[in-house]
Design a binder for this molecule. Structure first.
Ligand SMILES: [Fe+2]
Ligand SMILES: [Fe+2]
Length: 369
């Protein structure tokens, strides 16, 4: 039996190759076939199919075959339509999916049809709970029949392609990809949609603050893995959050009562994002504006930027940060609440006056009945 390993591979990373090797061994597959997605129903792909194939070819380096079926399809390549074509071509097949996909299986197009075509092989990701995965698998099987096998030995480390794309945008090292893939990323200038904004923010910040900003972008994207906000909102909100940290210039639109206070840079930054960076998305602007004070009625993006700012891994090392970080990666609402609580207590201890929006947020999210 062969195993089909589908994905956008945008870009392919070392984890993909490791998982293929280990799954092949654990389940005794005769082969693992990589199936790069054509026009995915789940996300709008930006990197052209042929460029993704080039990256995948050098990453795999002959160790596994690549199936080009989806590149030839003109319609949306739903799994329930593609898998029968592959079964015809290869004989008995199994279909590899991540733990996150298993949890979302009932939102796939025709999951019952997929389970009738072939067994699913599930690779748990990061800190996926095995018993929760088994429970989900059992309930699908009870509803639709078929077989779902969860890997006992292989676990995907928390490497995500969106994190790698962000690192490329920020011109950071990308140890997660093979150097030959990195060459294509650089040669084709992939993942450089925001170069002018990145360069400009970088020029406005001192080195330590830039490092913190990169940390916030990456922490924001990591939190977002469980939430699924659009990449652009998370990336730009985090990237721009502290852009006015080192500037005295005050933009129009900043409230009078924040001038001369520590929270000025957040309000000033939102106006700078609007005026200088031409950001029109009010959700992004709000997330920048309220990243220091918080407010009542926080949006998910507000909470995400606020929390990522506090728990990022590059420069935040205060006592207790690990617990906050671990909670935020698992559960944003709870992570945010703990961050807000900790921030509020620290302001009280240091005798710093509490801005009225912070008071609103504290009353809404932290005050016990
Ligand atoms: Fe800030
Ligand atoms: Fe910050």
């Amino acid at each position: 039996m062969i195993c089909i390993f589908g994905g956008a591979f945008d870009p392919p990373h070392k984890e993909h190759i490791r998982i293929a090797k280990e799954i092949k061994e654990e389940f005794g597959f005769s082969e693992v076939v990589f199936l790069p997605s054509g026009n995915s129903p789940h996300k709008s792909l930006e990197t052209p199919y042929d460029v993704r194939i080039s990256m995948l070819s050098v990453a795999i380096n002959g160790a596994f075959p690549i199936d080009l079926t989806e590149g030839t399809l003109t319609e949306r390549a739903y799994s329930y339509k593609v898998l029968p074509l592959l079964k015809e071509k290869y004989g008995e097949i199994a279909f590899l999916i991540g733990g996150d996909s298993l949890f979302a299986l009932d939102r796939w197009r025709c999951p019952d049809a997929i389970l009738k075509i072939c067994p699913l092989i599930v690779v748990p990701r990061g800190d996926d709970d095995l018993s929760a995965l088994r429970c989900a698998a059992d309930s699908y099987i009870a509803r639709w029949g078929g077989r779902i096998l969860i890997s006992e030995k292989v676990r995907g480390e928390s490497v995500s392609s969106s994190m790698i794309r962000a690192k490329a945008e920020l011109e950071l090292d990308i140890p997660e990809v093979d150097p030959s893939v990195r060459e294509i990323i650089e040669g084709c200038s992939l993942y450089r949609r925001y170069t002018s904004i990145v360069e400009r923010v970088r020029s406005m910040l001192r080195e330590g603050r830039w490092r913190h900003t990169c940390g916030v972008v990456l922490a924001g994207l990591k939190i977002n893995e469980r939430i699924g906000l659009p990449f652009e909102k998370v990336f730009l909100g985090c990237l721009l959050h502290d852009c006015m940290k080192h500037t005295d210039r005050i933009n129009p639109g900043v409230p009078e009562d924040v001038i001369g206070t520590k929270v000025l840079h957040a309000f000033n930054g939102a106006e700078e994002a609007r005026l200088a960076f031409k950001i029109e998305d009010e959700e992004i602007l709000d997330a920048i504006r309220y990243h220091t004070t918080a407010r009542g009625g926080m949006t998910t993006l507000d909470k995400l930027v606020y929390t990522a700012d506090m728990v990022e891994e590059y420069t935040r090392d205060f006592e207790g940060v690990e617990h906050l970080r671990e909670t935020a990666y698992r559960d944003l609402d709870e992570g945010f609440r703990l961050c807000l609580e900790s921030c509020y207590q620290s302001l009280i201890e240091r005798g710093i006056s509490i801005y009225h929006l912070t008071m609103d947020a504290y009353n809404e999210y932290c005050k016990k009945e």
